[in-house]
Design a protein around this ligand. Structure first.
Ligand code: AMP
Ligand code: ZN
Length: 113
């Protein structure tokens, strides 16, 4: 499948790894919007939150178990951070592989739109 994040997860395309296990890969965003900007993905291809099912939700559960650990690795766990996932065109999703942005390292703005 021609998916950038599948290729990153399988190391066909290089990335700056922050965390990895058999199900989940986390790496630095190439265009960071804050001092800490990490992308967390399931290794299996799921397009977006819209495609979470009973069959693949274990992987998503695993991501949510790991987000606080990855935040700790990035040293934003104490001061706080934001987790964002974009869905579809109006949601601003550019890469069609489910991913969660971990953004922090500074006091973030309060605007969502
Ligand atoms: P989204 O707009 O939610 O689909 O976010 C996609 C994110 O992936 C953006 O923040 C991009 O900067 C980031 N991105 C795109 N290509 C790469 C890459 N090769 N390595 C790391 N991050 C990337
Ligand atoms: Zn993919």
């Amino acid at each position: 499948m021609d998916c950038l994040f599948c290729k990153i997860a399988t190391k066909q395309i290089p990335s700056q790894k922050v965390y990895e296990d058999k199900d989940v890969y986390a790496f630095k965003d190439i265009h960071p919007v804050a001092p800490v900007h990490i992308i967390v993905i399931p290794k299996i291809h799921i397009e977006s939150i819209n495609d979470i099912t009973e069959r693949n939700s274990k992987e998503v559960q695993r991501i949510f178990e790991l987000i606080p650990k990855i935040a700790k690795i990035a040293m934003v766990d104490r001061k706080g951070y934001r987790v964002i996932t974009n869905i579809g065109e109006d949601g601003g999703q550019t890469i069609k592989h489910l991913h969660f942005h971990i953004i922090g390292g500074k006091k973030l703005g309060d605007k969502l739109i």
